[in-house]
Design a protein around this ligand. Structure first.
Ligand code: MBD
Ligand code: FE
Length: 282
């Protein structure tokens, strides 16, 4: 018999750090021109200084902040913290000039090189996977309307308990992840289960900060999707569910109205939603 382990913050946080380190595309390429470094870092420091002045931050508070920052590094939670509290603004400024389907943040739990699946498929999942069956179907097109055959719909999401494979010890590798290849008409139909809302681990420094501030640690239920097609800019986005909890108060501030699905029960207990993706030329 197996013991149900509960994923600890140290567990999921540390794995997110390993996944980030392993990802070459996400590192390098930053502008390290001294004028740029000076401008951005000086502005960050000014923000910190002005918060201290505005709130008369004390020595004990300053030392507590140091201890907390050390713990974020030691537990490997920097990717989690950065993606929850900061990534949405980087995405906002990046997407200002972009056309096509709205993007949103990637978050810390993407893993490359997942199973390649046919256009009509079921995501890999346990024989006894819990959760309401869900089908996401749609088409990938260029912004001029041309269907994109052979595009990749790379999808990953949490299970019915809110845990991601690769970042929670009790979930098998590759669970609820896959790279779905569109058919000759650019279409896809992905069978999976409805994910649960995601709770920031409450036992690590990110969760402790959220609790200390009296905020809530929840993201609304979501599907993460990256859409790739040759000659086109890759879209990284998420899809949410109308009526779902936390939709209006996502701790990561990553919900956009264009990204909310309205799945309908097809009469057999399966919820079906349609979503089309439009990619601009690279
Ligand atoms: C998630 O599942 C997520 O999508 C983000 C953005 C941050 C933390 C956990
Ligand atoms: Fe997520």
């Amino acid at each position: 018999s197996t013991t149900q382990q509960s994923p600890t913050a140290a567990g999921s946080g540390a794995s997110a750090t390993e996944a980030f380190r392993a990802s070459k595309e996400r590192r390098g390429g930053a502008n390290v021109d001294p004028e740029r470094v000076s401008a951005v870092v000086a502005a960050i420091l000014q923000g910190v200084h002005s918060a201290i002045r505005e709130h008369n931050v004390t020595y004990p508070e300053f030392q507590a902040a140091k201890a907390w920052l050390m713990e974020v590094g030691e537990t490997g939670e920097w990717p989690l913290f950065m993606d929850v509290f900061i990534e949405h603004v980087v995405e906002e400024v990046t997407s200002e000039q972009q056309q096509g389907t709205k993007g949103t943040i990637e978050g810390p739990y993407y893993l490359p090189d997942q199973a390649r699946l046919e256009s009509t498929c079921q995501l890999p999942r346990r024989d006894d996977e819990k959760g309401t069956p869900l089908v996401l179907e749609g088409q990938v097109r260029d912004i001029d309307g041309t269907p994109l055959a052979g595009a990749e719909v790379d999808i990953w999401h949490a299970d019915d308990d809110g845990y991601y494979s690769g970042f929670a010890p009790q979930v098998p590798e590759g669970n609820l992840r896959g790279v779905v290849v569109t058919d000759n008409d650019g279409r896809f139909a992905i069978g999976t289960i409805q994910p649960a809302p995601y709770q920031i681990p409450t036992d690590g420094p990110t969760g402790k900060l959220i609790e200390a501030a009296g905020w809530h640690p929840w993201r609304p239920a979501h599907l993460h999707i990256m859409v790739r097609a040759e000659g086109h800019r890759t879209i990284t986005t998420q899809l949410y569910f109308a009526g779902g909890e936390w939709l209006d108060s996502d701790v990561a501030e990553a919900v956009k109205p264009e990204l909310v699905l309205e799945p309908q029960d097809d009469g057999s207990g399966t919820r079906r939603a349609t979503y089309d993706f439009e990619l601009e030329p690279a």
